[in-house]
Each structure stands twice: as structure tokens, then as C-alpha cells.
Design a protein around this ligand. Structure first.
Ligand code: KG4
Ligand code: ZN
Length: 339
């Protein structure tokens, strides 16, 4: 018989957020995220700067997470950490920290796949309805775009993924072309709400199966802007809302086409969304329309569990703890780590 309350410290450092969380079973006691500002002026994440910032942040972030949870290290039952996928230098910081702490405290170590964690974030208990197996998960962020068939907590199959840019990158790169600051996704969303989504037409890529491609869209936006600003230098400022609405419309069409295809081919109508782009007002509207029109049941976790965070690593840690699925001290970070 397992003990009643399992306390897990979870650590996430796969990209540009240093995060630590403490969970008691499937409930979050604390979830601290230090977002690295250093990348803003470069218009994207600089890997070397990210790992240096993780090194600076990790000790205070873990300390904060324990304080907020009102837990002392001695009470911890296990340490869960993101093994991959992600930037190797960033992953190394969280991995070495987790390994040393687990060794020092003489408690088990649990390795977590970041993509699996985005999906299992739906099982963090916030009193909400949780998806039932099997369901489809759409993970959309600055680093990922995947449609996954989730058979149970640990059996997942990637049905489709991006062949080039992630959807968040498509938002951010389009925003950059419009002169908007990084990350531009939320600003595109904000402007789009005031614009006409049919004002301009951008081509949708032809990609087989359930895979995605977003790099062509960026190029067509670039040419579109070059053409129009050559005739009217103020074109972008005077049409910003319509341009944003049309870009967002195209991106959402690409996502929804594939999601509908995945639902039709599997017969599954439970759709769980995760990743930072789940904050987009347009995708939320489309999903709510699909509930009415297609009979889907859709799930979106609380926003803090959508973006990169350690609470989602902690829930996987808890589920693996129950399965006695522990990692050895010799485990290494894995930049490419398929679900
Ligand atoms: O999950 P996340 O915080 O970090 C990773 O990339 O893993 O996602 C950040 C991404 C960025 O590309 C950001 O522009 C995008 O999510 N994003 C949005 C919105 N909010 C965040 N994109 C479109 N509309 C939004 N409202
Ligand atoms: Zn992520």
C-alpha cells in the first residue's frame, strides 16, 4: 500500500523558463516560473544565454517553490525533472540539479518527457473535468506543434507534427515582420480581434496526412508586406488589425483542418489543448464552435499549466511514482526525445 501523501519537487528547464513546483499527489502546492527576459532584444531564444540564466535562476526558484508550498526538503518523496526534448544546455542545468538534489536527499529521481507533460497537465487536479482515454491532444507553443493520440497516461502516439516552424513561431515571426516586439503572438491576437480576418488571403500549405508546415506562410507574408509597403510605406500601420486578423485566420485554419481530420480518422471527439498558443482567443472560439457544431468535448488547462511550467512535470512525476518508474543517477538529458 502506497503512503497517502506523496510530495514531489519538479524542475523544468527545457527552454527559456526556469520553473520549480511542489505537488502533493495530483494537486499543486506551488508553481514558480522565472521567465527569462534576456532574449527579448534578440527576437528569439538564444540557447547559450538561456542555460546561463537557468544556472542563475534555479536555486532561488526551487527555494521559492518550497517556501510557497510550505514544505521542507526532508518531506520530499521524489524529484522529477524534464529530461527532454529541449535545448541541451538548458536541459543540463535542470538535470544536474535534480540529480544532485535527489542524491543528497537520498530520494528517487523521476525523468519526464516535456511533451508528455504538456498533455498530462490536464490531470492536475483543479476540480475541473479531465479528458477520458482515448483522447486527442493538440500541443501548440513556441517550440511545438503536435497532434497526439493519447491511449493512456503513458501510451501516446504522435499522429502529426510540424515539419518546420512551430505554430507559436509562426505567430512570432509574422509579428516580427510587422515590427511587433517578441514574443508577438499575444499582440497578433490582440490586434486580430479588431480586424477583418478575410481582408487578405494567405495561401495554406499542402502537407500530407496530419503534419503541419508553417514556414511557407512566413515567406508569403514577407512578400505580401514587401509588395504593399513598396506602394504605400504606411501600409502596415494603417492595416495592422486586418493583417493580424488575416494571419491569425490562416494559422487557425491550418490547425483546425488537421484537428478535424484527426478526429474524423480516429472517431475521437475529446480534444485536449496545451501549450502557450492555447491562450489565443481565436483558437478558443474555434474550439467552442466545434463543441456546438461537431459535438466535440474540448479541454484547456489553466493558462499557467499551458505554458512551460514545472507543475506539469510534477504531475507526470506523481503518475510515474505510483508506477515505481524511477530513473538511475546515470541518466542524461536528451535534446531529442520522442514521446
Ligand atoms: O508554451 P510557451 O509559453 O513556450 C514555449 O514556446 O514552449 O508558448 C509561447 C508561445 C509564443 O510563441 C507566444 O507568442 C505564443 O505562445 N502565444 C500566443 C498567444 N499567447 C502566447 N500566440 C498567439 N496568441 C496568443 N494569445
Ligand atoms: Zn513546452
Amino acid at each position: 500500500m502506497k503512503q497517502q501523501n506523496i510530495y514531489i519537487l519538479a524542475i523544468e528547464s527545457s527552454c527559456d523558463d526556469t520553473s520549480a513546483a511542489v505537488l502533493c499527489n495530483n494537486k499543486v502546492l506551488s508553481n514558480v516560473v522565472a521567465t527569462q527576459k534576456v532574449h527579448e532584444e534578440y527576437g528569439g531564444v538564444v540557447p547559450e544565454l538561456a542555460s546561463r540564466a537557468h544556472q542563475q535562476n534555479i536555486v532561488p526558484v526551487v527555494h521559492q517553490a518550497l517556501l510557497k508550498a510550505n514544505i521542507v526538503k526532508k518531506q520530499l518523496d521524489a524529484i522529477a525533472f524534464t529530461r527532454g526534448p529541449g535545448l541541451l544546455g538548458s536541459l543540463l542545468v535542470g538535470t544536474s540539479f535534480a540529480k544532485s538534489l535527489a542524491l543528497g536527499l537520498q530520494i528517487p529521481l523521476i525523468e519526464v518527457n516535456h511533451m508528455q507533460a504538456h498533455i498530462l497537465a490536464h490531470f492536475i487536479d483543479e476540480g475541473q473535468k479531465m479528458p477520458e482515454f482515448p483522447f486527442l491532444a493538440l500541443t501548440i507553443s513556441g517550440g511545438h506543434t503536435q497532434i497526439v493520440l493519447v491511449k493512456n497516461h503513458f501510451e501516446m502516439e504522435i499522429l502529426g507534427e510540424t515539419l518546420d516552424d512551430a505554430v507559436g513561431e509562426a505567430f512570432d515571426k509574422s509579428a516580427k515582420l510587422l515590427g511587433l516586439p517578441y514574443p508577438g503572438g499575444p499582440l497578433v491576437d490582440k490586434n486580430a480581434q479588431k480586424g477583418n480576418e478575410k481582408a487578405f488571403i494567405f495561401p495554406k500549405p499542402k502537407v500530407d496526412g496530419l503534419n503541419f508546415s508553417f514556414s511557407g506562410l512566413k515567406t508569403s507574408i514577407l512578400y505580401f508586406l514587401q509588395r504593399n509597403t513598396a506602394q504605400d510605406p504606411a501600409f502596415i500601420t494603417s492595416h495592422i488589425n486586418d493583417i493580424c486578423a488575416s494571419i491569425q485566420f490562416t494559422i487557425l485554419e491550418i490547425l483546425m483542418d488537421k484537428l478535424k481530420k484527426a478526429s474524423e480518422s480516429t472517431g475521437i471527439k475529446q480534444i485536449a489543448i496545451g501549450g502557450g498558443v492555447a491562450a489565443n482567443s481565436g483558437i478558443r472560439q474555434r474550439l467552442s464552435d466545434a463543441e456546438k457544431e461537431l459535438g466535440w468535448k474540448t479541454f484547456i488547462p489553466k493558462f499557467e499549466y499551458c505554458t512551460d511550467n514545472a507543475a506539469m512535470i510534477g504531475i507526470v512525476g506523481y503518475l510515474k511514482y505510483l508506477n515505481d518508474d524511477f530513473a538511475k543517477q546515470s541518466i542524461a538529458a536528451k535534446a531529442r526525445y520522442v514521446i
